[in-house]
Design a protein around this ligand. Sequence first.
Ligand code: SME
Length: 158
Amino acid sequence: MAEDLLIQKGTKKEQYQSLIPQVRALLTGEDDFIANLGNITASLKEQFNWLWIGFYIVKNDELVLGPFQGPIACTRIRKGRGVCGTSWEKAETLIVADVERFPGHIACSSRARSEIVIPVMVDGNVVAVLDADSDELSAFDETDEKYLKEIIDLVDFE
Ligand code: SME
């Protein structure tokens, strides 16, 4: 296994295109779900240096904090609450340019300004969400959605 991640400069697309093969290599031969989610969050944090990146996993009808990088975070989120709970309820990606304009946003960190949440689907059900938070406004767009989905697809969530 590579010891260090090669950090790419350039456009967002170039950064993801450099990162994704490295993440794929990191996950190859490892089937432990938590280990893989841990390395995914660490890789994304290193490449993009977002404020917070992590997974919430559906357990007993709540989202429970999973592997993440960044400041300490809320441990449990109910369906329909905040950006994560709304993404889960609607089973759709939410890109929030300004979290202060999202009614019910859960401010785990007062430094968070914008956010993307992508649901992880297995057999039509949301089993987890991937949440990225930035301390800059409008940090996320459809490019992040496309490539973060590709990264999610590298993991076996079943
Ligand atoms: N901002 C999220 C809560 C999770 S933290 O940001 C890590 C939300 O409103 O769902």
